[in-house]
Write a new protein. Structure first.
Lengths: 312, 312
DNA sequence: CGATCTTACGGGATTCGTAAACATA
DNA sequence: TATGTTTACGAATCCCGTAAGATCG
């Protein structure tokens, strides 16, 4: 049973079965006629029976050869299908990639990047989880996502993290707010004003509290979505501090922004993936594409503004 | 797409996919570990992508490898099935053979021969056409029967005939009939008695008429079946002349038989098959079996008597 | 350091193509 | 005799196993 049949043998057999002529079948297989002949001979010897009745004038399948031809064609078809699918994946014409990333990245930076990627690889299905850092990491850990872009440096035996971006923070306030007139804004300058916070499980909130400790800000309210923060700020109810990647929410008339040059207030963002398994070709290509187009620190605001045009 | 994949490569791949260990998979494939390694490497190179993530401690399928594993297993299963079926046919454990032969042979000689064949090859399906010579030949010509045993020497560009048997004829009459007392029975001795003929399209009738020309026998009646002839003869209505192969019909009390040693009255029987196509392995084995057990002229009556016990 | 995969390399088997021999209509 | 298959044989290639090298836990 441990027989070494090659697809070339099967193809030669099928070709001869169809053409019923050694010379023409040999040409079809890009072989000399004699090599083709011994190929068939070897196949028959391996199988232990004759597949063709042949004279110098006539070649035809035996009864057993006729049965084998059906199987051989089926096997070759299946093989070609499998190879075709594999080739499509290798050529990035088909596949699936899933990434988990922060909502601000998903809404502000990702769309333009993903649009370019999809234009180049329309056959690759992309799945996006736009969720907070912790769930992002969890999706990678349990295999739901191929990789994540999150604010957690998840270096574990399972996970590998590499720097993706460093995000600076901006003050956002209603136009004409008193803070905007100061030559420089420092942490304690924020204390007198009502502040719109994001919830405590966001990385933004955590970075902000770490940077202002031990000062206590005046909390107007605490919300989950940056869009809500924007609404509050635009209405003049309070001020807030948001990372550059989220600035696109605030580029509206009536809102002013100002970069905060606090050395301790910089959000590190990482690309996180599993250590033990390689990415699928599709996921790897998406990862490469994304890494090549990650936001540059000095131009953080610019691509955000560019992408804003797309999502409005 | 013209890629030369061998089943050994596929088997090695599947083995490694299951065992996730080069060393053990190499053993399972009866290869050295290094040969196995380069086999996998070659397969990956041929396909143009990596099938396994491997370190010195851990081997696992890539996403693409996982997809290919499913296809490979399916292909191997199909291949094994095909090879298994072919091997069954080569081992004569399965197959089909069909033969057309004269009713007298089918009823008298064939059963014991076929019983032995079936005992040895229970998986081979045998189809029997028990019909007259002309239809026998026709069945071979149109492919319904693999070969025929008939009284026609069918030597055409399409058909090949080889001698199978020479059949002698016997007088059959009611016990105590006057003819049985003669020292020798000659053609003209039959003329005074009522004669039970077989129909004109039987070879028996044709041989008999050729041997008695230009004499005209006294026809009592003309029937199609030898069993009917027997009934008539046993009832004393008439006499008849039948070939040795049909004598088993007449081995009954009340009927006597006598060999007619007329030189011109010998029926030649041929095995007829197509020239252009070889027999299937099953048909060839049945043909060989049958040729090895064909009735011997001098003992014509003996196997008939023996087989008669089986069919009564 | 030990287990495991990869690379290097020589020998043997396989396969190829050219050319001659062979077979059939 | 013409067409087409098989056989003979030297050359190139492929494949295997031994042994040394590299790598990860």
């Amino acid at each position: 049973m441990q027989m070494n049949l090659s697809t070339r043998q099967l193809r030669a057999f099928v070709a001869l079965a169809e053409l019923r002529n050694f010379t023409r079948a040999a040409v079809a297989c890009h072989l000399s006629q004699s090599a083709f002949s011994s190929l068939i001979r070897t196949l028959e010897d391996d199988l232990g029976l004759r597949l063709f009745d042949r004279s110098t004038r006539h070649v035809d399948l035996t009864v057993e050869g006729r049965e084998f031809a059906l199987s051989a064609q089926r096997v070759l078809l299946e093989m070609d299908t499998a190879l075709g699918q594999l080739r499509e994946r290798a050529a990035l014409e088909r596949g699936k990639a899933s990434l988990a990333l922060l909502p601000s990245l998903a809404a502000g930076w990702l769309p333009a990047v993903l649009a370019g990627y999809r234009a180049q690889h329309p056959g690759i299905e992309v799945e996006v989880f736009d969720i907070l850092s912790e769930p992002c990491i969890e999706r990678v850990r349990n295999g739901q996502a191929d990789f994540a872009i999150a604010a957690t440096r998840a270096e574990t035996p399972e996970l590998r993290a590499e720097p993706f971006h460093t995000d600076e923070f901006h003050l956002v306030a209603h136009s004409g707010h008193a803070l905007l007139a100061l030559p420089e804004v420092k942490p304690r300058d924020l204390l007198p004003f009502d502040f719109v916070h994001l919830s405590r499980n966001t990385s933004v909130r955590q970075y902000l509290e770490a940077a202002t400790l031990p000062l206590q800000m005046r909390t107007l309210l605490e919300v989950d979505q940056l869009a809500t923060v924007m609404g509050m700020v635009r209405a003049g109810l309070g001020i807030s501090v948001v990372p550059a990647l989220a600035l696109f929410h605030f580029q509206q008339t009536g809102i002013a922004t100002r970069l905060l040059k606090w050395p301790q207030l910089r959000r590190a963002i990482y690309l996180v993936r599993r250590r033990d398994r390689s990415l699928s070709l599709a996921a790897q290509s998406l990862c490469d594409w994304i890494m090549a187009r990650r936001p540059v620190a000095s131009e953080a605001a610019a691509p955000v503004a560019a992408s804003r045009k797309r999502i409005d």
